[in-house]
Design a protein around this ligand. Structure first.
Ligand SMILES: [Ca+2]
Ligand SMILES: [Ca+2]
Ligand SMILES: [Ca+2]
Ligand SMILES: [Ca+2]
Ligand SMILES: [Zn+2]
Length: 716
């Protein structure tokens, strides 16, 4: 695995907002109102301007304002929903080999939003860019500016704005208000698939078994192919204290224990049970859920460093590092401590307010669900630790990238802070604890500025914070508006709604958007998103033009080559010869199913991860509940979970027993094109692990995997 190619892993494009303080801006304010009142010119200065963009800025932006439409609310009231800008670029250079591009945007209060619209610039000339901003905070009364940013350029840059205007042109295609339901957008591809969300939920929990870490994996993982690993995490130093930070879960196909996605995954899992308890209780899955959730909680509690008074002074937000971990390319059980990397702690010198708050939220929701007083105490301690960070640092110094930069670089902590405050409040209210007023005040201090601005992810909780409001001061109706806006502007020709962050994890974001729609309905007693979510999930299960199912092991159409080193069972990228089936894990997938190669080497589309499966769990649980309430008799009867015996068989099946094309004539069992000692190692592993290879590794063809086969491979 090449560590360099992981540098931008799961990085999201809206980080451009961060660099705006250094942007160059000029403003043109003369307003011409056309006869058609829905079209308003907002730019009078069409002359060309030249800039010498210094190397540390590499972008330039122009801003406009409109006296008639000074806020997003004024736009929404008048039916204005689209910004159109024509930019003529007469000279530019790309910055550091990166792709130059143009982004139309709106800016209001502290917010900067472009709905991820980006147009590549590959030549000089004229470009027209459009931004449909109807889903962005339509009730905001903060001062509004419109603009375009030209990014990834270095000077000299010369361009003019030929035209900039506002229109109501997308009215016809944009969705209605929060009152009308979002119908199914997918097509029927006539595929014979069972749409069983109970089985889907049951299997999706097993990703957590595949990713268990510690000295008790052997006895706890549902997969026989997982064993104890990284046991040396039990002795980690922090300021003279020795901490046992073994346990928990690997992040993805790699083995680092990253803070943000673990906090997200446990938050999502706890919310799935909180909102849809029947999905676990009616299907016999509560025990498995408990085993997974308790492991997260136990790990987070041990990651919390207490002083003699029992107050939290630090929180370990990461064990292991991407660099050394990605230069190691074998199963977790064999990873030496020399390729583990360091552990990282949030404390007064390195506040990681987003991670600490998101973890506090997970613990608070778990405490609320299970009446777990210890989890509540730890949630409270972590929230207090975060409040200490906030009171002694300026707002822009409250996130650290130490150890996780380039992998999970958080951009905002206020969302996580409010999510934690909401659930601490709910726990206190349920248990008559007077501390609830402090949590209410914390919530109140931030909630009105937290507009839904991106799908729910490890970096952005603005959708869920506006679903679980404590009063009417949030942006509840904008949750529904945001989801409908995303469906209208981000749906492919097959009806699948995609979010794409540099190509990573489309299916995960799709499930997270489903999850938000289904939770919104559950909280508000509405029925806006059930049919739409069902169509999306059925697409994921194989109802698409390529007939590909993105959930490993769910059916015969399922992806067979997830990027997951433990499942590889061997070193390298054993495409086609993945040894173990990581049943239940959802791969990243692609924007269009026709672009999905099902290859271990294409990790942007094939990797699996904690946050991916947690999003899947919420959506699957929500769809189970929705179907049992609203489905036809046929749909309801398709909802059943597998009995323990058949589940065990399925879970423990090895992919090499299936119809994989083997390349064993040359002794190249991991399909990396060379026959070498790695292939011998596969034979040796098969001898000791009782995996039956259907011919794989049987060099002398006598039907038995034995030492002589390894020797024959070595003789090649
Ligand atoms: Ca053990
Ligand atoms: Ca955040
Ligand atoms: Ca090989
Ligand atoms: Ca043999
Ligand atoms: Zn491990």
């Amino acid at each position: 695995m090449n560590s360099e190619v992981f540098v931008l892993k799961r990085f999201i494009k809206n980080v451009f907002a961060l660099i705006l303080s250094t942007a160059i801006a000029f403003s043109s304010v003369s307003i011409y109102t056309y006869a058609d009142t829905l079209t308003e010119n907002i730019c009078s200065d069409t002359s060309s301007h030249s800039y010498d963009i210094s190397s540390d800025i590499h972008n330039s932006e122009v801003r406009f304002s409109s006296a008639n439409y000074p806020t997003l609310k004024a736009c929404a009231d008048a039916g204005i929903n689209t910004l159109v800008v024509k930019v003529n670029i007469s000279s530019y250079q790309s910055y550091n080999g990166q792709q130059p591009g143009i982004m139309p945007f709106v800016s209001f209060g502290e917010h900067w939003k472009n709905n991820d619209v980006w147009v590549n610039v590959n030549n000089t000339g004229s470009y027209e860019v459009k931004l449909d901003f109807s889903s962005i905070a339509p009730s905001s009364t903060e001062t509004l500016q419109f603009g375009v940013q030209i990014a990834n350029v270095s000077g000299p840059l010369t361009y003019s704005i030929e035209q900039a205007y506002l229109t109501g042109e997308s009215n016809g295609s944009s969705s209605g208000g929060s009152g009308s339901s979002q119908g199914n957008t997918t097509h029927d591809y006539d595929v014979d698939i069972e749409y069983n969300y109970a089985k889907l939920l049951q299997e999706s929990l097993y990703l957590f078994d595949a990713n268990m870490c510690g000295n008790d994996v052997n006895e706890n993982s549902g997969f026989t192919w997982r064993n104890d690993c990284h046991t040396y995490d039990s002795s980690i130093q922090y300021n003279g204290k020795t901490l046992d930070l073994s346990g928990g879960y690997h992040d993805a196909g790699d083995h680092v224990k990253f803070g943000l996605p673990a906090a997200y995954a446990s938050t999502a899992l706890a919310l799935s049970y909180c909102q849809f308890p029947e999905a676990y209780e009616n299907t016999g899955l509560k025990n498995h859920y408990d085993r997974i959730m308790n492991r997260f909680v136990d790990y987070f509690e041990r990651c919390t460093v207490l002083d003699d008074n029992g107050d939290a002074i630090a929180f370990c937000y990461q064990v292991g590092e991407g660099g050394p971990d990605h230069s190691y390319s074998d199963i977790p059980e064999n990873q030496p401590s020399s390729q583990r990397g360091n552990a990282f702690f949030a404390d007064s010198s390195k506040p990681a307010t987003d991670i600490v708050c998101q973890t506090a939220a997970a613990l608070a929701i778990h405490a609320y669900n299970e009446n777990d007083t210890t989890a509540y105490e730890y949630s409270k301690k972590l929230f207090k630790l975060a409040e200490g960070f906030i009171s002694s640092n300026s707002a822009d110094k409250l996130i650290t990238y130490d150890g996780c930069g380039g992998f999970y670089s958080g951009t905002k902590w206020e969302d996580d802070y409010v999510l934690a405050a909401e659930w601490l409040y709910k726990y206190c209210e349920k248990n008559n604890i007077s501390d609830k007023s402090a949590y209410y005040n914390a919530y109140k201090s931030k909630i009105s500025s937290l507009y839904p601005g991106w799908v729910w992810s490890w970096d952005n909780a603005t959708l869920p914070v506006n679903i679980f409001l404590l009063d009417s001061s949030g942006n509840s109706s904008e949750v529904a508006n945001y989801i409908k806006g995303a469906v209208s502007s981000r749906t492919n020709s097959e009806g699948y709604t995609y979010f794409d962050s540099e190509g990573w994890g489309c299916a995960r974001y799709n499930c997270a958007l489903q999850a938000c729609g289904l939770m919104y309905d559950a909280v508000n007693g509405t029925d806006l998103f059930g049919e739409w979510a069902k169509g999306q999930m059925n697409y994921i299960l194989g109802n698409n033009s390529k007939h590909i199912c993105y959930v490993v092991g769910y059916n015969d159409l399922a992806a067979k080559n997830p990027h997951h080193r433990a499942a590889f069972g061997t070193s390298g990228f054993p495409n086609g010869n993945v040894m173990h089936s990581a049943v239940g894990s959802i791969v990243g997938g692609s924007i269009n199913s026709t672009d999905f190669p099902d290859s271990t080497a294409d990790y942007k589309t094939s990797e699996v991860a904690l946050d991916y499966n947690a999003s899947l769990c919420v959506a699957a649980a929500g769809l189970y509940s929705y179907t049992m309430k609203n489905g036809s008799e046929e749909e309801k009867s398709a909802q059943y979970f597998l009995d323990a015996a058949s589940l065990t068989d399925e879970m423990r099946q090895s992919v090499v027993e299936k119809d994989i094309t083997l390349n064993d004539a040359k002794g190249d069992f991991n399909n990396d094109g060379i026959s070498d000692s790695k292939d011998t190692a596969i034979i040796l592993k098969m001898i000791t692990s009782a995996i039956k290879g259907n011919g794989l590794g049987d060099m002398n063809g006598n039907g038995i995997i034995e030492l002589i086969d390894a020797i024959k491979r070595e003789e090649l």
